[in-house]
Design a protein around this ligand. Structure first.
Ligand code: ADP
Ligand code: MG
Length: 272
């Protein structure tokens, strides 16, 4: 085994330990919904501090891929490793069986996730939304959780909205609360599934700005997005999916300027 390199995020204090260079590694994963082959032999890896944008037409499997990486959806074939540990399954007597929920949660603990619809608790303030898991999962006292929660709200520019309920926040503010809530758990990787798709156009920028800041702070991220400008500016790598496969993957300047496949050219034309 190569030596482990440990770095510490200056803001979240999260430890990032690289195992074989990859934080997440999916090898040959497949997923069916009934007869529908939604993911077909996908290889996908994320190295520490890497920002990867996943693009592709609706129904191409982007959300399913992210959900399988977090085992919110079990994959059928192949393997997902987080820090070199198999996620979701264990080998027993030559058979592969589903791991316990406890084991699954332990392996995926480094992942934070943000969805298109924010999933905030409507009857809790912004701060309570952020601190809920800190208190219930991590067992922090109210005081410690509030201190941590305020720091996370500050990081997304919402220090002054801490005591507001979701109903009195804009869509962009709600999504930033959802990002703060994920960051509070000190993730090493953030997975975003179309975080700005449900927002009014004028609110998209404030969420992308927070994500761009996270990227420059060194956060490892996989982002499903239709924001091609953001992908071009922020991504280290862009992955284009179609019909459950990765059709092309590479640096944004290469993919956007010189798409190798007809399918990507066509897809990009629909977004220009
Ligand atoms: P994308 O995020 O790229 O739009 P999805 O991953 O959501 O694509 O979906 C890929 C395909 O899988 C689509 O055909 C979708 O209808 C189907 N699908 C997604 N989730 C389910 C599900 N829970 N049950 C059945 N089919 C699903
Ligand atoms: Mg989707």
């Amino acid at each position: 085994m190569p030596p482990l390199e440990t770095t510490i995020d200056p803001i979240t204090k999260a430890k990032t330990t690289a195992v074989n260079g990859s934080l997440i590694e999916a090898r040959g994963i497949s997923k069916h919904f009934g007869d529908l082959h939604v993911l077909d032999n996908i290889d996908f890896a994320l190295s520490p501090s890497e920002v990867v944008c996943v693009i592709g037409p609706s129904g191409s499997g982007k959300s399913t891929l992210l959900r399988c990486l977090a085992f919110l959806e079990p994959y059928d074939d192949g393997n997902v490793y987080i820090h070199g540990q198999l996620l979701g399954y264990e080998q027993r007597g030559g058979m592969r069986i589903r791991a316990s929920e406890k084991a699954i949660d332990r392996v995926r603990a480094p992942l934070g996730m943000v969805f298109q619809h924010f999933h905030l608790w409507p009857h809790r303030t912004a701060l309570q939304n952020v601190t809920e898991a800190l208190r219930l999962v991590q067992g922090l006292s109210r005081r410690e959780a509030d201190r941590e929660g305020m720091a996370m709200l500050k990081r997304v520019g919402l220090f002054d909205r801490a005591h507001h309920y979701p109903a009195s926040l804009s869509g962009g503010q709600k999504q930033r609360v959802a990002i703060a809530r994920a960051l509070a758990m000190k993730p090493e990787v953030m997975l975003f599934d179309e975080p700005t798709s449900a927002l009014d156009p004028e609110l998209v920028g404030e969420v992308l700005a927070v994500m761009k800041q996270l990227a420059s702070d060194g956060m490892t991220m996989a982002i499903v997005t239709h924001e091609m400008g953001f992908a071009a500016n922020v991504a280290d790598r862009v992955v284009f999916m179609d019909e459950g496969r990765i059709v092309e993957s590479g640096k944004p300047e290469t993919l956007f300027r010189r798409p190798a496949s007809e399918r990507l050219s066509q897809f990009l034309n629909t977004w220009r």
